[in-house]
Design a protein around this ligand. Structure first.
Ligand SMILES: [Zn+2]
Length: 304
């Protein structure tokens, strides 16, 4: 994935004007929510260079006593590697960073540190300055920010990661789903993350949201993406159940074509529209196969 230090402010395409959508290349969208009391940055992009542009977009609103708050939807690099702008010696605008209590340890894992070192080496212009900075205001359950005119309900929505949060704004029926849903699908990284993710998707789909924005989907897909993601996992589940009923062993070695065995090609599990059929090949092959494997293993666990 080629990265860019550019952060673009998208033109408003119909959502409430108090929400600003920032876009980092083809990688990720982040959000600025302007309330009477607070300006809330939802995620900090990929590095200090992109976070500083996000802060610049927020700056004109940091008047009339409004305070800056930062939220991390989860601890993946494309959502929080700009954190250092807000905490510690590197801070240019100190602010609390609100995030799951499960996030900070993720900055200390050996694999995470090795990943950062590798990224610094591969793309020094992008990641050379990143210093791991975990969130500072740690939350565990639903957490509410009362911005006076707007309420931000931070909702635990585990699955994609166990520390994942989405943000619902009831006054404007707007949901910032983050990575709880994605086009073409949010990836479960382990079999037991799969039921959590589907539960989170169902929870979000049940909210009275009219505008839904995501970190990895076009701003135009709206609420329908939640339903399409739910349908995707339902389709995989049905094919996996049928395959297991035919006697397929749930643990299939990596070099076997699981998609053929389960008879679950990507194309049949997603809507038949150009947006879905034109995704990167990875999502149709290895990425999709990973989800099918996770489903087989989860169904086997569940039936024990
Ligand atoms: Zn992401």
């Amino acid at each position: 994935m080629p990265h860019t230090n550019e952060l673009q402010l998208l033109e408003n395409q119909g959502w409430d004007a108090r929400i600003l959508v920032c876009r980092n290349g083809k990688l990720v969208d982040t959000f600025i929510v302007v309330t009477e009391r607070f300006v809330v940055l939802v995620d900090t992009v990929i590095n200090p260079q992109t976070a500083v542009q996000m802060l610049a977009y927020a700056q004109p609103y940091l008047v009339n006593g409004r305070q800056l708050l930062v939220v991390n939807t989860h601890a993946d690099y494309d959502h929080c590697w700009g954190n250092q702008l807000f905490v510690g010696e590197t801070a240019v605008h100190p602010a609390p960073i609100i995030g799951s209590h499960l996030s900070p340890p993720k900055f200390q894992h050996e694999e995470a540190l090795a990943y950062l070192a590798k990224m610094k080496e591969l793309e020094p212009d992008i990641f050379g300055q990143v210093q791991f900075t975990p969130p500072t205001l740690l939350i565990q359950d639903k957490f509410v920010i009362d911005g006076d005119d707007l309420t931000l309900e931070l909702l635990p929505t585990p699955g994609h990661t166990d520390d994942h949060y989405s943000v619902f704004l009831p006054e404007i029926a707007t949901l910032l789903a983050a990575d709880a849903a994605e086009l073409p699908y949010p990836a479960a990284r382990t079999p037991d993350a799969l039921p959590q993710m589907r539960h989170s998707l169902a929870q979000l789909a049940a909210l009275p949201a009219e505008t839904v924005l995501y970190c990895h989907a076009p701003v135009t897909v709206g609420r329908q993406l939640l339903l399409d993601n739910i349908a995707y996992f339902n389709a995989i589940e049905a094919q996996c159940r049928a395959a297991l009923a035919r006697g397929l062993h749930p643990q299939i070695s990596d070099d076997v074509d699981v998609l053929a065995l389960v008879d679950c090609p990507y194309e049949t599990a997603v809507p038949d529209t150009p947006e879905w059929q034109a995704v990167h090949d990875f999502y149709k092959t290895a990425g999709h196969a990973e989800q099918v494997r996770a489903m087989l293993q989860w169904l086997a666990l569940e039936s024990r």
